[in-house]
Design a protein around this ligand. Structure first.
Ligand code: 5GP
Length: 192
């Protein structure tokens, strides 16, 4: 998606060779018009499964806004976001999966209440970044625990050099990434 790549080039900040900071339009301040276009692009890429999307699943926090715009292009299915810490209000039974974060150096459990995922549902997984693939893998695990079917994984920015995309594709998941960063070198963001 050229518009997204241009925006990453213009406003993205490389932190070392591993991390991309895009807080001016994706992770802190949100460019709503760009998100609208991102939703439309995912609709185009997943048009063949559009009739089968019962739910959109993401993980808090940055995935939520993206997922809502995607939902608006798929007839407004519910967006369910996995929580990273179990809140006191979450008394229901839940599915959980362990996710390691390389950006934060932490291991956490993500969880979704069982009542929001059902057997036989078609699910599109959406997230802002794909790095080592553990967040997406965790989300796919939650859907599978419920007996749902992952129709695809939609990612705004994939950093292909961290191998997550390859791992997910090898595991048989369909991954659509709108911008693929091949490497970050001397502060330069290089696309595949
Ligand atoms: P993974 O589980 O694929 O290693 O990492 C994906 C998650 O880590 C995403 O949900 C995202 O929140 C975060 N993440 C990974 N790499 C980056 C990055 O370069 N920049 C930002 N802002 N977040 C990242």
């Amino acid at each position: 998606m050229d518009r997204l790549k241009k925006r990453i080039k213009a406003d993205g900040v490389a932190i070392g060779t591993e991390i991309l900071k895009v807080d001016s339009f994706l992770n802190h301040q949100i460019d709503v018009e760009l998100f609208e276009a991102i939703g439309g692009e995912f609709r185009r890429r997943f048009s063949d499964v559009a009739g089968k999307v019962d739910k959109i699943v993401t993980v808090e926090a940055s995935g939520i806004a993206v997922a809502c715009f995607v939902a608006s292009y798929f007839g407004y299915p519910p967006v369910v976001f996995a929580k990273k810490a179990k809140p006191n209000t979450m008394t229901d039974d839940s599915y959980s999966a362990e996710v390691r974060s390389f950006t934060k150096g932490t291991v956490s459990n993500i969880m979704i209440a069982k009542k929001f995922l059902n057997e036989g549902e078609g699910v599109l997984i959406i997230d802002d970044f794909l790095a080592h693939g553990l967040a997406a893998q965790g989300l796919a695990s939650l859907v599978k625990q419920a007996g749902g079917k992952v129709l695809g994984v939609g990612i705004v920015i994939e950093k292909s050099f961290q191998g997550g995309g390859e791992k997910l594709r090898e595991a048989g998941l369909r991954v659509e990434s709108l911008a693929v960063v091949e490497k970050i070198e001397d502060g330069n963001i290089i696309f595949a």
